[in-house]
Design a binder for this molecule. Sequence first.
Ligand code: NAP
Ligand code: MG
Length: 511
Amino acid sequence: MSATQKPASTSTTPSHPAPAVATQAFLARPHRLFIGGQWVDALAGKSIDVFDPATGGKIASVAAGEAADIDAAVAAARAAFTGPWAKFTAAERGKLLWKLAELIERDAPLLVELEVLDNGQPLAVAQHVVNRIAPDFFRYYAGWPTKIEGATVPAAPQGRRPGEVLSFTLREPIGVVGAITPWNAPLPMLMVKLAPVLATGCTLVLKPAEHTPLTALRVAQLCAEAGVPDGVVNVVTGYGESAGAALAAHPGVDKIAFTGSTDVGRMIVKAAAGNLKKVSLELGGKSPVIVFPDAVLEQVIPGAARACFFLQGQNCMAGTRLYVHEQVHDEVVAGVAAIARGMRIGHGLDPASQFGPLISAEQRERVRGFVAAGTREGGELVCGGNAPARSGWFFEPTIFTRMHAGMTPVKSEIFGPVLCVQSFGDDDLERVASEANDTIYGLSGSVWTRDIGRALQMVRRIDSGQVSVNMHAALDPAMPFGGNKQSGWGREFGKEGLEPYLKTKGVSVAW
Ligand code: NAP
Ligand code: MG
């Protein structure tokens, strides 16, 4: 897909701070595949250009792995699974996870700049991810290997009496995991697969997004440095249609952990049917933000702006449907619009930038199409709606009011900075909840009110994997995260996040 990407043709390229010398050196080196602990060329010798979405300029080139490279990576992962990795104790796996957290902190300056250049996100976002979110996540999972336990079972198989049989369960790693990740938050997306893989004793073949492969390559190197045995972590950069599809269909893969769009999620399920490999899916969203008239508007207004515009709306949990009680509608809209208009759009390496570009020219055209549909279908454009006249794939934070269920931008996951506002006229919880649930998705949502009883009633009614009150998208390593309905299968994060990587063996011993 990125073969069709062209640098944006529009006018100016405002200057921005240059990346550090070490980052420039990393970008300039050849980026090969990481298979069996070695950096190897893609067998077909093809490559993928990697762009900085804030300039449209090429920043690196990575190997384009295909089916044959996936075969090699799966073989390496299988050999490691049955080989030295199986001899690691739980405590040793925990230590590796802890060490990885330390190495990420050590390499933070490089990882931050790679994440900014590859994905376009503002510096402060990347700094928070690299310095806080990722180390906290690996340290959280560092505590789990020593606590993964089976149970003794009071079974009496085949007429045996107590004392004649011992029945228990073993929790075993599921095996070789294929992970396929999206571009919107490259490091967090790989971290949520890698940590449970290492915690449970599985092995990994990771196919990062074609648009954002760089931090995955660096983290693979850090895994080796931490002492993760060869073949436990393999990274095959490549296109979804070739490398990704080959991984999803591979008979040697025991489980696919996929994060991405609902449409590709469906393809993954079909591809996995060949060997009935296990599948976990983290898919799209269209999350509601519901504001009651008693809410603290000084919190609601920045909260709603952030819920929608964080990562330029390229966020699966983005609160893109804002339901505001009519009493406070105008004030909330004016406040959110003032924030949207005031956001400093710019290159992520400029510390003053608050709002980055979209990932690609193609993505920007998609967003433009949704904005056109919103206008055509009767939405009132309050702010934004255009691409600023500068190079890079930027699009302004955009707000529509007078929206209603059934309009294209309300129904579709835009994955861009477009907020659809609807008002409601009374405190009818059922009606607001049913509108909030009128979507194929069920990932996230938030309720804003001072009335805790009303908040908890809404929490029960909203059909999504997580709901926050007086905040949006509250994430924590310990809190299970995932989607209902067509937003996914299974949960990541927390203790539940280990489950998709484990299988249970029932054992009965007679004597
Ligand atoms: P995408 O197009 O579905 O791609 C996701 C990954 O799948 C990429 O690595 C992609 O490779 C690969 N892929 C594409 N076609 C494939 C195929 N036929 N077989 C196997 N793999 C294939 O999604 P995206 O545009 O990168 O990311 C945006 C989507 O991710 C949104 O829908 C968003 O909501 C979702 N998301 C969900 C969560 C969550 O936790 N629920 C988190 C973040 C994002 P290429 O890079 O080569 O296309
Ligand atoms: Mg793609």
